[in-house]
Structures are given as C-alpha cells and as structure tokens.
Design a protein around this ligand. Structure first.
Ligand code: ATP
Length: 270
C-alpha cells in the first residue's frame, strides 16, 4: 500500500536555481525548513522553536512542490510526498493508518522533508453533513494533528503542506505548533514569467529572434506550469515544421494553444 501512495525520493533533482521568481517565498522556506535541518543549534542558542509546519498556498502550478523538493535537495533530506486526496479517497478506512505510516517512513529516512499536497482534502472545514466519509476525513486529520503535536520528539523531520484552497481549510490546523507558518505562492508577475521562460529554455535550441520579455508580457495570467507547457509546445511546433531551432512564431503559436486549453479547463470548473 505504502509504495503505491507515497513518493519517496532520496535526492530530488530540483535546485533553487530552477525556481523562477518567488524570491521572498524561497527565503522564507529556507529560514523555516532549511535552517532548522542544517543548523538546529542556532535555534537552541537563540532559545526559540522553529515553526512546526509550513503551509504553502496559492493557485495550481505555481511552484509549491518545487520549493519543497528544492529545500529537500539542498539539505540532503529525503523527500516524501503524499496527496491528501489519496489519504482519504483511495483506501476508505485507511486514512489514519496511512498518516501513521507516513510519519514512520519519515522517521526511517531522517532527515526528511514530508510534503503533504492537497491538504484541504483532509483538513477542510467541518460541514453540516455527518456522512461516514466526513468521519473518515476527520479521523485522518486528527491523526495528522496528533503526529504533529508530538513534533519535538521527531527530530529531523520538517513538514510542508500545500493547498490551492486556503479558504476551505479548517482553522484548527493553523494553530501554533501545527501549520503555523503560512507562505503564499502566487502566480508569477511579468518579471517572474520571464525568468521562468529562461529557466525552461536553458536546454532548448532557441533562435535569436525570441524575446522572453515580450513573451512574458503576452502570457499574462500564465502560471509557472503554463510557461513550461508553452516552451514544450513551442518545441513541438518547430518539430512539426521540421526545424531544430525554435523561433518566436513557435512560442506565439504555443501560447495561443496553451491559452485556449487553459480557458477550456477554467470553463469546466465553473
Ligand atoms: P499544484 O498546486 O498543482 O500541485 P504546484 O504549485 O505544486 O502545483 P509545481 O508542481 O511545483 O506546482 O509546478 C509544476 C511545474 O511547473 C514544475 O515542475 C515546473 O516545471 C513548473 N513551474 C511552476 N512554477 C515554477 C517556477 N516558479 N519556476 C520554474 N518552474 C515552475
């Protein structure tokens, strides 16, 4: 069961230099996750506890998972990922046990960064309905909180959670000693998009006429994941035209394609 729902990576191949924009967010992640792992004595000497858990929140595809992977890489920690939705939807009745397993695996792999994606799936506000599904979700969340409350004994394990639905969260998980450091990870601005274009084209054969600043302005509203998709699509347009060099026109067509597709997605969710 474990193997199917948990992703365990000894050393994720994401570095800080792969993340475009998000300087402030990176700084905060370094202070709250990297420092306690690398220099725990600093916190002892100062006489404060590092934050127990860090919550990253913001729209999909903005780099939350990347931030968690990069800090695990930097600190030589094992990266352990699990999605909240898998905790409760995949194996009904198993949620609390999976949470226990998750922390056990983390303890076996110390130092570890435990990343819980879609935390809203187990930590949504209580609803009126008392279906068995809700009780199961509650049990899973209680188990997570109780594992976190025993934090001091857990040594070198840092917990990062992520959500696209901050508004849905039960405030109980944000109390001190739980996810008490909140970091907003927004969509990139034009400057951020330009940096992300540069990162994702590092290994691409880009023609001289390609202007990333112009593309960044064009691709308004694009997330980091959208920018990555535009770069890949641009490469596909070049291949279709039997060229190995990617031109500005390829990026323009790619933007139109990705933009049309993401509009489609947005319509469905309305
Ligand atoms: P979700 O909420 O959907 O899980 P996320 O915020 O965790 O999304 P990531 O998985 O980190 O998003 O990003 C998806 C992909 O998009 C990354 O693998 C990366 O290629 C690209 N990407 C997103 N944001 C950035 C960024 N700031 N810099 C560089 N690449 C980015």
């Amino acid at each position: 069961v474990r193997a199917r729902v948990m992703e365990v990576t000894e050393s994720p191949e994401v570095g800080y230099e792969d993340i475009g924009g998000l300087e402030d967010q990176l700084q905060e992640v370094r202070e709250t996750v990297e420092m306690p792992l690398d220099r725990p004595e600093m916190f002892d000497d100062v006489g404060i506890q590092p934050p127990s858990g860090v919550l990253l929140y913001g729209p999909p595809g903005t780099g939350k998972t990347m931030l968690a992977k990069a800090v695990a890489n930097k600190t030589d920690a094992t990266f352990i990922k699990m999605a909240g939705s898998e905790l409760v939807h995949k194996f009904i009745g198993e949620g609390a046990k999976l949470v226990r397993d998750l922390f056990e695996v983390a303890r076996e792999h110390e130092p570890a960064v435990l990343f819980i994606d879609e935390i809203d799936a187990i930590a949504a506000k209580r609803t009126e309905s008392k279906t068995s599904g809700d009780a199961e979700v509650q049990r899973t969340m209680m188990q997570l909180l109780s594992e976190m409350d025993g934090f001091e004994d857990r040594g070198d394990i840092r917990i990062i959670a992520a959500t696209n639905r901050f508004d849905m969260l039960d405030r109980a998980i944000l109390r001190p000693g739980r996810f008490d450091r909140l970091i907003e990870v927004p969509k990139p601005d034009a400057e951020g998009r330009e940096l992300i274009f540069e990162i994702h084209t590092r290994d691409m054969n880009v023609a001289d006429d390609v202007d990333f600043a112009e593309l960044a302005t064009l691709a308004e509203e694009a997330s980091g994941a959208d920018v990555k998709a535009i770069c890949t699509e641009a490469g596909m347009f070049a291949i279709r035209d039997d060229r190995t060099e990617i031109r500005m026109e390829d990026f323009r067509s790619a933007w139109e394609k990705v933009n049309a597709e993401s509009d489609g997605v947005a319509d469905v969710s309305k």
